[in-house]
Write a new protein. Structure first.
Ligand SMILES: Cc1cc2nc3c(=O)[nH]c(=O)nc-3n(C[C@H](O)[C@H](O)[C@H](O)COP(=O)(O)OP(=O)(O)OC[C@H]3O[C@@H](n4cnc5c(N)ncnc54)[C@H](O)[C@@H]3O)c2cc1C
Length: 395
């Protein structure tokens, strides 16, 4: 039997809604296209602000779990001139309002908070239409359901949104090329030093390097304003040639900054950025109303804090937690297989610690580089919307 609420998409939005409904005794089912919680890397760090994203976490009753996932010190922000001169160095003294967490760990936190069976994996929606008693949702596997209350939380290329709007995402004229340097403090000390303990940005005309220090990797986003075809050509190159071509776009940058790209340990990931045009709104209709999405993604807008929500979050320090017991590594991963137990529940390790590790995300390729399985994905930018479909752009 159908639950009262049907949610399409087990991203942060769909899962947060399912969790809040669950807390209020309203059953929901979430249909997710991906075959399992671990089928792909979930991306890098997200800053979750105290005036919006954290309010959702609070409504979900998960603040303790959330605090536990905060990466200490990562709110430090450093801006460098291309020649490496430090223009701004904003320290993280633990009082900032936008702590950084790994998206994969945040998603796993939400999954862990839901009963088994709420998320139905491998249920890709192929189409939705209005019928007499609700909305018929068709799946790629040939099955269908009728939903009384349907929520589209299926990202930029939503199959639900066309019920309300014919807007389609458009290419923004820029893309990220993502690279990872592992064990950078040891293997690339000059680069690790110049990045510092948190985020680093180094802008130039039509291009910019941004870096996040994740658990054990420097995750770089080389942003380039280029036509889509430039990236299509890039996608045809092998890993070394692609890294070299992107690094060449930053030839005026100091060698230790360029190393973030040219020294990449993984095949680069290309993410073209798309966004919906303008502010998207639609009239209420008898069948319902959902998914108001602005150009800027929820949870990352820079804005004024609501009174009463100015609480700063510090990472919750767990007494005696040994460094070796840290959770997870973020990017295309190494190490042991960490598949979750059935239903994506939190895995308890032998030492009794909950294990939020990310999925095994990659395998080695020639030259010792790792190949992330989601290299064929595109995504929207900060200020845009995620894009999970379209022309695969694996580099
Ligand atoms: C580069 C980048 C950086 C960002 N940084 C931040 C940040 O620092 N802080 C912050 O708060 N926000 C940030 N955002 C925004 C944030 O990522 C989004 O607001 C958030 O991911 C939206 O969540 P969602 O659940 O609506 O969509 P998504 O995260 O896109 O999830 C959609 C889900 O639907 C599934 N799906 C898609 N199609 C189908 C289908 N046909 N059938 C079934 N399931 C389907 C997908 O597999 C996915 O699991 C960033 C976004 C980007 C792109």
């Amino acid at each position: 039997m159908q639950t009262p609420v049907t949610i399409i998409g087990a991203g942060l939005g769909g899962l947060t809604l399912a969790r809040v409904l669950y807390l209020h005794g309203i059953p929901a089912t979430v249909y997710e296209a991906e075959p399992s919680p671990m089928s792909r890397s979930q991306g890098g760090l997200l800053d979750i602000h105290d005036y919006n994203g954290q309010l959702a976490v609070e409504a979900a009753g998960l603040m303790d779990e959330f605090r536990d996932l905060i990466l200490e010190g990562r709110q430090q922000m450093r801006i460098l001139d291309p020649d490496g001169t430090v223009l701004l160095d904003h320290p993280d003294d633990g009082t900032g309002g936008r702590p950084e967490l790994l998206r994969g760990e945040l998603r796993q936190m939400l999954l862990d908070s839901l009963p088994d069976g709420v998320v139905q994996w491998g249920r890709k929606v192929s189409g939705v239409r209005t019928v007499a008693d609700g909305h018929e949702v068709s799946f790629a596997d040939g099955t269908s359901i009728v939903a009384k209350l349907l929520v589209g939380a299926d990202g930029a290329w939503s199959r639900v949104r066309p019920l309300l709007s014919d807007a389609v995402p458009e290419y923004m004229g820029l893309a990220f090329v993502e690279t990872y340097l592992y064990d950078a403090d040891t293997r690339h000390p000059a680069t690790a030093k110049i990045v510092g303990g948190g985020g680093m940005g180094s802008p130039g005309p039509g291009r910019r390097i941004m870096v996040h220090r994740e658990r054990d990797a420097l995750h770089t986003y080389a942003m380039l304003n280029k036509p889509a075809e430039w990236f299509d050509d890039l996608a045809r190159l092998d890993t070394s040639a692609a890294l070299a071509r992107v690094a060449a776009e930053f030839e005026d940058w100091a060698p230790e900054i360029r190393e973030l790209i040219s020294g990449g340990d993984t095949a680069p990931i290309l993410r073209k950025h798309y966004r919906l045009p303008g502010v998207l709104r639609w009239e209420r209709t008898p069948g319902g109303d959902a998914d108001r999405r602005r150009g800027a993604p929820a949870g990352s807008e820079r804005g004024r804090r609501e009174p009463g929500h100015a609480r700063r979050l510090r990472p919750r320090r767990t007494a005696g937690r040994a460094p070796g017991r840290r959770r997870d590594r973020a990017g295309p991963a190494r190490g042991t297989d960490v598949r979750p137990r059935r239903g994506g529940r939190r895995r308890i390790r032998g030492d009794g610690q909950a294990d939020h590790r990310q999925p095994r995300q990659g395998h080695r390729e020639g030259r010792g580089r790792r190949v992330p399985p989601d290299a064929s994905q595109e995504a929207g930018a900060r200020g845009a919307v995620n894009v999970r479909e379209g022309n695969p752009q694996g580099l």
